[in-house]
Design a protein around this ligand. Structure first.
Ligand SMILES: [Zn+2]
Length: 466
């Protein structure tokens, strides 16, 4: 498996730190607003990375943070007359709504900055103790950027270029314009935490370093994020973590390319700024996911009405094939597979090899999707005459193998499961009304077997998937 490493700017063989395990970290959203379609690209990409590693037999620890204290959150809280914490909690829930819609599984751990405060403060103190950071009289703490020899190595910028580009503020307490805040003294009306440098809150970059160390140790396998995070955010994370830990921070750095809207950069001023929620209302969530997978993650991707409509149409073809195979696996001829079906099943390994080769080549989802469609076309053709139950079932299984790795065809399944569960719950309620306890228990057991647990509450019956 080869990954394009932004640090070395070439594809490298993936060698995990610990055999059979992957530790990956992605910088998550600052939770003050609904996520926009540009945010959806990395989120979907990381989900596919993780699914592919799991499919290849790796045990994946995936950490994605929520920045839940920040200037934008505080501003929003003041505008809405609620606390910063309330703003953050609200938009974390909104994030999960969109992520679920996009077929993105929750990370292994979703740490919040406000719940990592002890580790953040410890890390800042370590950097001060090692001479890589300094507190100033106002109560801020800054990172001494020039002391870290590798600064600029990820974004490949010589320190002189960075120096000439740095903004110089005459009132600055910083030793050097490139120094960045690790800790910010509290201003009136802001949330704050007690620290050795007085009341304050962390700068943005430090939380990722602290969370990585807390949940995965000094060195992780893969650090990923959007291209726009490479500088300064990821550069600063490296400076913090490597100076504090004395070990490499991440073995592979992955950055996804930009998403343009109608061939223009997305920006609020251009009025082409869409939230995922807006896009989902127009096209549905799953077409957004399909669209993002239709190009290699490092190439720029253009979001347009046509591209989303194409994604909708392509998905529809997948669903039609799935429904048809599913129908034939119940209603086809007995026995089988027949010769045509068997011929496609005999190619299963070669399809798998090509799918894996595409994904092994720096996660080329575009090529992987092409292989999926080849499988679908071959399956459709094979069952077009005299389909057998066994043949259709085996072909359906083969198609779903690939869609599962890519995280596709989840939308309608989810709906039908919900409907089925709701119907069974209604039947059970009726049985209880009828005092038919045996039947009520039988239905409860049936749901249990489907992995559904019922909870009888005052408000009625609630259910959850195990
Ligand atoms: Zn980060």
């Amino acid at each position: 498996m080869e990954i394009f490493n932004s640090m070395t700017r070439r594809k490298e063989e993936f060698v995990p730190i610990e055999e059979g395990k992957v530790k990956m970290y992605a910088c998550g959203p600052t939770v003050y607003n609904l996520i926009h379609v540009g945010n959806a690209r990395p989120i979907i990409l990381f989900d596919v990375l993780r699914r592919y590693f799991e499919y290849r037999g790796y045990e994946v620890t995936f950490v994605q943070n929520f920045t839940d204290v920040d200037d934008k959150i505080i501003k929003r809280a003041n505008e809405e007359g609620i606390t910063a914490q309330e703003v953050a909690e609200k938009y974390i829930q909104e994030y999960f709504t969109d992520a679920k819609g996009l077929g993105v599984r929750p990370a292994t751990i979703h740490p919040k900055a406000t719940e990592t405060m002890d580790e953040i403060i410890n890390l800042v103190q370590t950097l001060i103790d090692k001479g890589y950071a300094y507190p100033v009289p106002s109560g801020d703490v800054y990172y001494r950027t020039l002391k870290f020899k590798g600064y600029g190595k990820l974004s490949h910028q010589p320190i002189e270029d960075l120096m000439s580009g740095a903004r110089i503020d005459v009132n600055d307490e910083k030793e050097n314009p490139l120094d960045f805040a690790l800790w910010k003294a509290a201003k009136p009306g802001e949330p704050y935490w007690e620290s050795p440098w007085g009341k304050g809150r962390p700068g943005w970059h430090i939380e990722c370093s602290a969370m990585n160390r807390k949940f995965m140790g000094n060195t992780i396998d893969i650090h990923c994020g959007g291209e726009d995070l490479q500088f300064p955010h990821h550069e600063n994370e490296i400076a913090q973590s490597e100076a504090a830990n004395g070990e490499p921070f991440a073995h592979y750095w992955m950055h996804n390319g930009f998403l343009n809207i109608d061939n223009k950069k997305m920006s609020k001023s251009l009025g082409n700024f869409f939230t995922v929620r807006d896009a989902a209302a127009a096209y549905g969530y799953e077409p957004i996911r399909f669209f993002m997978l239709s190009a290699h993650y490092r190439t720029p991707l253009n979001y347009s009405r046509e591209s989303l409509e194409q994604a909708q149409a392509a998905l529809e073809r997948l669903y039609t094939a799935k429904d048809n195979l599913s129908f034939l696996s119940q209603n086809g001829a007995e026995g089988g597979p027949n010769a045509a079906e068997q011929a496609v099943l005999d190619q299963a390994d070669s399809f798998r090899e090509r799918f894996d080769a595409a994904m092994d080549d720096d996660f080329n989802t575009a090529d992987a999707v092409s292989v999926l469609f080849e499988v679908v076309r071959a399956a459709n053709k094979a069952v077009s005459e005299n389909a057998t139950k066994a043949g259709a079932a085996a072909l359906l299984k083969l198609v779903l193998e690939f869609t599962d790795v890519l995280g596709l065809l989840y939308g309608k399944e989810e709906e039908s499961l919900d409907e089925k569960v709701e119907a069974l719950i209604a039947q059970r309620q009726q049985a209880r009304k009828d005092r038919n306890w045996a039947e009520a228990d039988r239905i409860r057991d049936e749901l249990k077997a489907m992995g559904i647990t019922l909870m009888d509450t005052k408000q009625g019956v609630q259910w959850k998937k195990d």
